[in-house]
Design a binder for this molecule. Sequence first.
Ligand SMILES: Nc1ncnc2c1ncn2[C@@H]1O[C@H](COP(=O)(O)OP(=O)(O)O)[C@@H](O)[C@H]1O
Ligand SMILES: [Mg+2]
Length: 268
Amino acid sequence: MSHSAQTTDAATNPADYWGADLSQQVDCTVMARGVKMVYRMGSESIQALAGVDADIFTGEYISIMGPSGSGKTTFFNVVGGLIKPSEGSVYIDEIDIAQLDAGELAWLRCRKIGYIFQSYNIVKAMTALENVTLPMLFAGVPPDEAQDRAVDILKRVGLGERLLHTPKELSGGQQQRVAIARAFANQPAIILADEPTANLDLRTGEEIIALMKEMNTERGVTVICSTHDHKMLDISDRIMWMQDGRVKKLARREDVEITISKMKEEGH
Ligand SMILES: Nc1ncnc2c1ncn2[C@@H]1O[C@H](COP(=O)(O)OP(=O)(O)O)[C@@H](O)[C@H]1O
Ligand SMILES: [Mg+2]
């Protein structure tokens, strides 16, 4: 797909804005165009997204940074087809997801996208194995095969010895590994991870990030991950900064060294 048609208010120099060489042909798994989201609460309304344009390239690992309230979670929910934007469009593999009917949208959420949340969101009454098997059963994988695949992927995330443990018998880091295994279970094209390390200690957080990066590289899955964690920036291909519901900056990792060192100095 060509990027020649893309314009944005935020950019004086498009190459700076997109963090990409525009002459290169790159496939985009996700394209957001003019995405706005207004939440109405009684007589008040809150604009969580104020016009987001973003292209996310196939197979990249992109981190989304921004202060609390800048619209990261809302952006994830819109891209993930969990909420409908008030205005604008999201394209996944060039398909406008607003055009999908309920069945197609369910298929997209089940097969195409894997979700990882800050609070893990795995089913408390189920074992690690059941949690990872479940989305494959929803996707129509025969039970035996689903179980075999779940065992493989749980081994892959380092939980081969914890298959039959329930969440309360697992540490936070282990629960997040189950969530990662579940998110990757249906071989999605996209992983949406919303602050996946926020509830973890530093070392466990680093392990989780390393695991997501390995899976991104091994499987060629596009990973979109919101974070405050600088370790996560180090392994990203690109970084997108959000502020007040807009994309403030989108840059390649190698071009943001100075920004990151400055942020580290300032103790962010
Ligand atoms: N369901 C909701 N209803 C009303 N306001 C919301 C809702 N979700 C988020 N907001 C508001 O939208 C803005 C963006 O929130 P959010 O997307 O959660 O940002 P972030 O994830 O960056 O912290 C905030 O002002 C927040 O209070
Ligand atoms: Mg959030």
